[in-house]
Design a protein around this ligand. Structure first.
Ligand code: PLP
Length: 397
């Protein structure tokens, strides 16, 4: 067994994320009947809180699953075999969602996009405009591509649908943006929101959900893909309006506490904290990119994510070595590059229960690990982050 490293592991993966101590304590509960009145009260409060964080008054279906389950559930409940959907492929996660859709016999259409920029919204709009027969049943977007660190402006995508008067549903994966990046389901006209518990919501993995608009519920009634465990109609007939089996009770105590933490800080303040910590990270990476060193994978400045930064290695340098040194020697866990970006980049997660010292510790170790891996970079990134965080005026970007 490896020797224990003193001190805390600094967990800087872009999900799952750190779980606050009070959330861990809240889940430390004996088993309770999931139909018992005292649990139902907790459950109903947690679901109401989830809707407040999503800024929606509409239906939310919960599953004992991770994000992949919510992806499947959403496709099964909304479509029929042969339906066409516009699902731009802009990174590992949007490609993975597309693979599920293809398994279900859906047709993926649309232009190619450059992963380093994310969705080309003008091209997306042109595709919608050309679809005068309205074959496209939905536009499916990953709000924050966790594999590339590119976040998309959802209101602009909504505007592309509106400008073409296209009736397609708008589906959004918020798995690594929910609770971290500004997100307004109802104001932004989003029909189905796919989310998970283990990132901005600061819970363990294992709960996932889809929030669903009236328009999407109407589409659901005509959808013919086979489904059972994830069937929303069956769920709506049950007391919890979710879960086709045993309801996992423990996580709901944790969810209630996590929602209380977010609301005590203030949802908009949580978004601002993520912006501030992300900007500090970007200041560090900008400095490191000197000397032809590491750089941003996301080539579009305005789209650099506030919950994860993907750091691209210069040619001939292995991101996995940096990650290994950071973990083995310095007790900092970073995210790696996901196929086909394996070895090419590492990812700094800055989402969830995070503050300045945790971020500065992580950035300090990234500098140490880059040096130990003999990777090119310019020194002074951590100082740039400190200078930024120490400044009162946090005008961003
Ligand atoms: N979508 C995004 C944007 C993700 O970041 C992830 C996981 O990191 C997923 C979907 C898949 O979720 P899960 O791993 O919980 O199944």
């Amino acid at each position: 067994m490896a020797a224990r490293k003193p001190g805390r592991l600094f967990f800087a993966n872009p999900g799952p994320t750190n779980i606050p101590d009070s959330v861990l304590r809240a889940m430390d509960r004996a088993t309770i009947d999931f139909m018992a009145a005292d649990f139902l009260e907790i459950y109903d409060q947690a679901v109401a809180g989830l809707k407040r964080l999503l800024l929606t008054n509409q239906e939310v279906f919960l599953y004992a699953a991770t994000g992949h389950g919510a992806w499947e559930a959403t496709l099964q409940n909304l479509f029929s075999p042969g339906d066409a959907i516009l699902m731009p492929q802009v990174g590992y996660f949007s490609v993975a969602w597309g693979k599920i859709a293809q398994r279900f016999g859906l047709e993926l259409i649309g232009p190619e996009h450059d992963w380093r920029h994310g969705v080309d919204i003008a091209a997306l709009q042109a595709t919608l405009a050309a679809d005068s027969a309205h074959r496209i049943k939905a536009v499916c977007i990953v709000h924050n591509e966790t594999s590339t660190g590119v976040a998309l402006p959802l209101p602009e995508i909504r505007a592309a649908l509106d400008a073409t008067a296209h009736p397609a549903l708008l589906l959004v994966d918020t798995i690594s943006s929910f609770g971290s990046l500004e997100f307004r389901m109802d104001d932004w006209g989003i029909d189905a929101v796919v989310g998970g518990s283990q990132k901005g919501l600061m819970l363990p993995a294992g709960l996932a959900f889809t929030a669903v608009s009236e328009k999407a519920l109407a589409a659901h009634r005509d959808a013919r893909l086979p489904r059972f465990y994830f069937d929303w109609s069956l769920m709506m007939a049950r007391r919890h309006r979710s879960f086709m089996g045993t309801v996992p009770t423990g996580p709901f105590y944790g969810m209630l506490e996590a929602i209380a933490l977010i609301e005590a800080e203030g949802l908009e303040q949580v978004w601002r904290r993520h912006t501030r910590l992300a900007e500090a990270t970007r200041r560090a990476v900008s400095v490191w990119s000197g000397n032809e060193g590491v750089s941003f994978y996301c080539a579009d400045r305005a789209r650099r994510s506030n919950s994860v930064t993907a750091v691209l290695m210069p040619e001939g340098h292995d991101a996995e070595l940096v990650r290994k040194i950071a973990y083995d020697r310095f007790n900092v866990s970073l995210g790696g590059g996901l196929d086909p970006l394996g070895g090419k980049l590492f990812r700094i997660g800055h989402m969830g229960d995070l503050n300045e010292p945790m971020l500065l510790g992580t950035l300090g170790v990234v500098e140490l690990a880059l040096a130990a891996a003999h990777a090119p970079f310019a020194r002074g990134g951590v100082q740039a982050a400190i200078d930024y965080l120490g400044h009162d005026d946090h005008s961003i970007r």
